[in-house]
Design a protein around this ligand. Structure first.
Ligand code: 3PG
Ligand code: MG
Length: 408
C-alpha cells in the first residue's frame, strides 16, 4: 500500500480538526539558542499548510537523547521561540507531552494555531522496546486530538526509529505522509535505484556506534567509502595504532577488522585517514599537531592527545576521491567543525562536493549544519537531507519503520 498524502488530508477539509504532526526539530543549541534552524525551516511548510487550512496543529518532536525523563537542557522551548520568529502563525508551547499542560492547551487551541508539545523523549514510553508501553503513549498522544484527529508524519529524520510517536501512533489515528518525508524519499530513491558510478560515500560524525552499523550494508552498494569523524579511531585502533584519548568503541574492534577484510571481497574500497589533527584537549584553544596515523601519540600531549579532525593530507585525498565520483553521499562531519581549529577537514570535503558535477547528497543534521555554518550555499549541493541515520538506513536498503507504518 502507498501512504496517504497530506493533500488527501487537506482535501477532506480540516475545519478545526486537531492534527498531530510528528516533526524532526532536533536542532543544535548553544546556551539555549538554536544555532542551526534548518530542520525547523524544513518542517514549517507542512505545519503552515495545515494551519492555513484551519487545522488545530499539535506538534510532537524530540530533541537530543534524554533518558526518558524531563531534563531542562533538552526542552523544546528554544525551538518554539525560533519557530515563532520564522512563521506568521501563532506558536504555543506546552510544558509537558501528554500531561495537564498539553491537555489544557490542546483543548483551548484555536484553528490555525500551532501547539508544540514538550520533548517526546521525556516520556520513557516513546523509545520503549515494549510494544504495550509505546502503544499506551501513542493512545495518550492520540487522545490530545479529541477523538476526530489525524496524524501526519513529517519527521523524515526520525523514520528509522520504532518509537511511539513515529510508528505506534498510526494504529491510533488516521495517518498521512508529510511533504518533507515525500520529497526526501524521492531524492533518495534516485541514489538507490540508479546511482551513477563511481558511487562514493563519505562517512563521519560522532554517533559512532550508529555509523559503524551501516558500513556493512553500504559496502555492497558503494564503490568507495571515505571514513572520517569519530569512527576513524576504532578503525585505527583495530589496525594496531595508538590513538591516545580519541573516541573509540572498544567492543567494535573485531567488527571493524571484519569490515576491512570483507571490503575487498565486495569490491568496495574503504579509505582511511593517513593523518589526524591531534589536540591536547577537547577545546577550541587546545594545542594541536598534525600527526601521521602510525604516530598519533608522538606529539607533546603524548597518549593524552585526542584526534579532533582528519589531517590535511587526508582531506586532500578525500577531495580527490570526491572529484572522481559521479555520485556522492556525505553523512557526518570529518571533525569537530564547531571549533575553527578542527573544521578544515569538513570544510575541504564540503568544498569538494560543491565543485563536482556529480550528483551530491548531504545527509544528516550535523553535516547539513556544517555546510551552513561554514558558509556554503545550499544550492551548490544536489540535495541537503534533514535525515542522517534515516537517509543512511534507506541507502542501506533497510525498511524504515516510520515509512512502513504509514503504508499500513
Ligand atoms: C537525527 O538527528 O538524526 C534525528 O533527529 C534522529 O535522532 P536520533 O538519532 O537521536 O534518533
Ligand atoms: Mg511569528
Amino acid at each position: 500500500m502507498t501512504a496517504a498524502t497530506l493533500d488527501a488530508l487537506l482535501s477532506e477539509g480540516l475545519n478545526g480538526r486537531r492534527v498531530l504532526v510528528r516533526s524532526d526539530l532536533n536542532v543544535p543549541l548553544s546556551d539555549g539558542v538554536v544555532t542551526d534552524d534548518g530542520r525547523i525551516r524544513a518542517s514549517l511548510p507542512v505545519l503552515e499548510k495545515l494551519a492555513a487550512a484551519g487545522a488545530r496543529v499539535l506538534v510532537a518532536a524530540h530533541l537530543g537523547r534524554p533518558k526518558g525523563e524531563p531534563e531542562p537542557k533538552y526542552s523544546l522551548a528554544p525551538v518554539a521561540a525560533r519557530m515563532a520568529e520564522l512563521t506568521e502563525v501563532s506558536v504555543l508551547r506546552a510544558d509537558d507531552l501528554v500531561g495537564p499542560s498539553a491537555q489544557e492547551q490542546a483543548a483551548a487551541l484555536e484553528p490555525g494555531q500551532i501547539l508544540l508539545l514538550e520533548n517526546v523523549r521525556f516520556d520513557p514510553r516513546e523509545t520503549s522496546k515494549d510494544d504495550a508501553e509505546r502503544a499506551s503513549l501513542a493512545a495518550e498522544l492520540a487522545a490530545l486530538t479529541g477523538g476526530e484527529g489525524a496524524y501526519v508524519n513529517d519527521a523524515f529524520g526520525a523514520v528509522h526509529r520504532r518509537h511511539a510517536s513515529v510508528t505506534d501512533i498510526t494504529a491510533k489515528l488516521p495517518a498521512y505522509q508529510g511533504d518533507l518525508v515525500r520529497d526526501e524519499l524521492l531524492v533518495l530513491q534516485r541514489l538507490t535505484e540508479t546511482p551513477q558510478r563511481p558511487y562514493t560515500v563519505v562517512l563521519g560524525g560522532s554517533k559512532v556506534s550508529d555509523k559503524l552499523a551501516v558500513i556493512e550494508n553500504l559496502m555492497s552498494r558503494a564503490d568507495t567509502l571515505l571514513v572520517g569523524g569519530g569512527m576513524v579511531f576504532t578503525f585505527l585502533k583495530a589496525q594496531g595504532h595508538g590513538i591516545g584519548k580519541s573516541l573509540v568503541e572498544d567492543d567494535k574492534l573485531d567488527t571493524v577488522k571484519g569490515f576491512l577484510e570483507s571490503a575487498e571481497r565486495q569490491n568496495c574500497r574503504i579509505v582511511l585517514p593517513t593523518d589526524i589533527v591531534m589536540a591536547s584537549a577537547f577545546a577550541a584553544d587546545a594545542e594541536v599537531e598534525v600527526l601521521p596515523v602510525d604516530a598519533l601519540e608522538s606529539g607533546p600531549a603524548g597518549a593524552e592527545a585526542l584526534g579532533l579532525d582528519i589531517g590535511p593530507d587526508t582531506a586532500k585525498a578525500f577531495a580527490a576521491e570526491i572529484a572522481q565520483a559521479k555520485t556522492v553521499f556525505w553523512n557526518g562531519p570529518m571533525g569537530v567543525f564547531e571549533m575553527e581549529a578542527f573544521a578544515k577537514g569538513t570544510a575541504t570535503v564540503a568544498e569538494a562536493l560543491t565543485t563536482t558535477e556529480a550528483f551530491t547528497v548531504v545527509g544528516g543534521g550535523d553535516s547539513a549544519s556544517a555546510v551552513r555554518a561554514l558558509g556554503y550555499d545550499e544550492d551548490s549541493f544536489g540535495h541537503i537531507s534533514t535525515g542522517g541515520g534515516a537517509s543512511l538506513e534507506y541507502l542501506e536498503g533497510k525498511a524504515l519503520p516510520g515509512i512502513d507504518a504509514l503504508e499500513g
